[in-house]
Design a protein around this ligand. Structure first.
Ligand code: HQG
Length: 183
């Protein structure tokens, strides 16, 4: 029985960062041929197209979308693609989970997209904490005054799986949430 997590991680790798590792070509909106991907996954993991469909449907973060004979990751890319998302008005406040080690640089430069195409922001503190906990070290949660940012002309996008995306969050919109305010 193929391991769904391994398949999902491989799909994230090739659909977000390194399509060439599966012999895939992404179009300008990030779509890849589903049949080609399934053939590679069958060879690598012994998993069938039905298994791939299950990984997509059951993915806890709904990371992938299938449309007809094509598939893409709904966010998180480092390769230069355009998700084609329409700008969206964010809630008044958004959150970003990170680590204490990154804080001096973040407070100096703001949140920058690093290797990804966008800065990723969460709709609530609980989600931001999950993002922060992916890495070792002391968690830091930043609150973003997204209403003021949008008012000043910044553009926000909402990915198909509920992640808020923007290009850069300047330091003046950031506020560190104190430990006693954390759940
Ligand atoms: C930090 C997962 C220094 C930033 C999650 C973060 C998310 C800075 C790291 C998605 C900085 C980048 C994205 C600056 C930002 N100086 N460090 N100026 N600005 N950083 O992985 O937000 O499971 O690219 O705080 O759930 O951690 O992949 O971004 O710690 O939605 O679907 O640089 O990845 O989703 O790390 O996570 P990442 P992220 P998936």
């Amino acid at each position: 029985m193929p391991n769904d997590t391994q398949i999902s991680k491989f799909m994230s790798l090739v659909l977000r960062h390194a399509p060439e590792q599966a012999g895939l070509a992404l179009d300008e909106n990030g779509w890849a041929d589903l049949g080609t991907l399934c053939a590679v996954i069958e060879q690598k993991f012994g998993a069938s197209p039905t298994d791939v469909a299950r990984v997509v449907a059951d993915n806890p973060k709904k990371r992938f979308a299938i449309e007809g004979d094509r598939i893409r990751a709904v966010q998180g890319h480092s390769v230069d693609i355009d998700l084609g998302l329409a700008p969206s008005t964010p809630p008044a406040l958004l959150y970003h989970g990170t680590k204490e080690d990154f804080l001096p640089a973040i407070l100096r430069e703001g949140l920058t997209s690093q290797s990804r195409q966008h800065v990723h922001l969460s709709k609530d503190i609980a989600t931001a904490l999950i993002v922060a906990r992916r890495r070792k070290g002391k968690d830091v949660i930043l609150r973003i005054d997204s209403e003021a940012m949008a008012g000043d002309g910044a553009t926000f996008f909402l990915s198909d799986n509920g992640v808020w995306l923007t290009n850069h969050v300047p330091p003046r919109y950031l506020h560190q949430i104190s430990e006693r305010e954390l759940p």
